[in-house]
Design a protein around this ligand. Structure first.
Ligand code: GLY
Length: 370
């Protein structure tokens, strides 16, 4: 698989995103070029460490770097201030300086948490991201958001802090459970939906070829989903370049997310993964857009068919719609009315602040699968 480089251009700097297979040797190349210290802080999700830790350490040691390994526990419940403080304490113990690079390996929890710690310790350390899940490669590690959760809500504390570079190695995806791949595909469908007809057709075609992700090893579908992942990252980069601090255009990345946040929270962040909730949320946005923007019902069906084919849910089960609604209104992005990103057609969305609570509840009823 050919190495691809995508570049996010900000007013004052450029960030390279390297996408390919077995590309970790590019990390020491970058470290040497930037003339960072030979001491490196390598922060790695403990489940990723079991599979890849030794190999990564070896790559760095072979090039005369001294990696200090810090393990972080997996899971959304560990994306919190306590874990950030534990990282700060380790940074102090290691006497690191502002020239000490921090490299994060893991899914969105790791890249968000480590990104947050790196952005705040000594007002900013050089950060390198190596996302190891499809969800993190397609979304979390792209665009410079970092964050930790409070018990009052997800990502309530965070910063915009861009890494020096991001290494998206598809090899990691080979050992990911199918459920995780499906979750990442939900964000890829969302990005295709934002981009337009051509991209949705491409994902549909890919899914026709793969049939289903469940029960298949990564080797079989990796090559096939590669173009869709590439285009999802490219689309996100284009949006972030226009609006790095989410003042306006970047909000469209929240397509499907207003319903998704409510569903995730009502399921106590256990019943539905983020990607699964986004899949149901995308259908919710389509159903609401049918009512408000005359979004064609046939297009809702088309998106549903694609999500189902991937292996994602398109309805929620065993959750109370009123409870979902209450969580939606607690969302940190709320305005007086709930804010939705709604499709006018595939490839065109608008920000909508005028959905009445009764209409939202009606859609939540429609989204019930039991
Ligand atoms: N995940 C949405 C964003 O990066 O803006």
């Amino acid at each position: 698989m050919k190495l691809q480089k995508l570049t996010l251009t900000l007013p004052d700097r450029k960030i390279d995103y390297f996408l390919g297979t077995r590309i970790l040797h590019l990390i020491p190349d970058l470290l040497e070029k930037q003339k960072y210290t030979a001491e490196i802080v390598m922060i790695i999700d403990s489940s990723v460490n079991e599979l890849y830790g030794e190999k990564i350490t070896e790559i760095l040691k072979q090039r005369s770097f001294s990696p200090h390994l810090i393990l972080i526990p997996p899971g959304e419940s560990n994306k919190n201030l306590h874990q950030a403080v534990l990282l700060y304490e380790q940074f102090c113990k290691l006497n690191i300086t502002r020239r000490t690079p921090v490299i994060a390996f893991g899914g969105g929890v790791a890249t968000d948490l480590v990104g947050f710690a790196a952005s705040t310790f000594m007002r900013g350390l050089p950060l390198i991201l190596v996302p190891t899940t499809l969800l993190a490669q397609a979304d979390a590690a792209v665009g410079g958001k970092t964050g930790v959760n409070l018990k009052q809500g997800k990502n309530l504390i965070g910063s915009f802090y861009h890494p020096e570079a991001v290494f998206l190695d598809l090899e990691f995806l080979k050992t990911l459970p199918a459920k995780e791949i499906c979750g990442g595909m939900a964000e890829i469908v969302k990005m295709g939906f934002l981009e337009g007809e051509k991209r949705i057709r491409e994902i549909e075609k890919t899914m026709e070829e793969i049939q289903t992700i469940r029960g298949k090893s990564g080797g079989e579908w990796l090559e096939k989903i590669h173009p869709s992942l590439y285009h999802a990252i490219q689309k996100k980069i284009t949006i972030v370049e226009k609006d790095p601090y989410e003042k306006k255009e970047r909000m469209i990345l929240n397509l499907g997310h207003t319903f998704a946040h409510g569903i995730e929270a009502a399921g106590n962040y256990k019943k539905y993964s983020h990607g699964e909730a986004v899949a149901v949320g995308l259908v919710g946005a389509c159903l609401l857009a049918e009512e408000i923007l005359k979004f064609p019902q046939a297009h809702t069906r088309r998106i549903e068919t694609l999500l189902k084919k991937i292996g994602l849910p398109v309805r929620y089960k065993k959750l109370n719609p009123l409870e979902i609604f209450n969580y939606m209104t607690q969302d940190k992005k709320k305005t007086e009315m709930l804010r939705f990103i709604l499709p006018k057609k595939i490839g065109e969305v608008v920000i909508c602040d005028k959905a009445s609570p009764s209409l939202v509840l009606k859609i939540l009823e429609k989204l019930r699968g039991d």
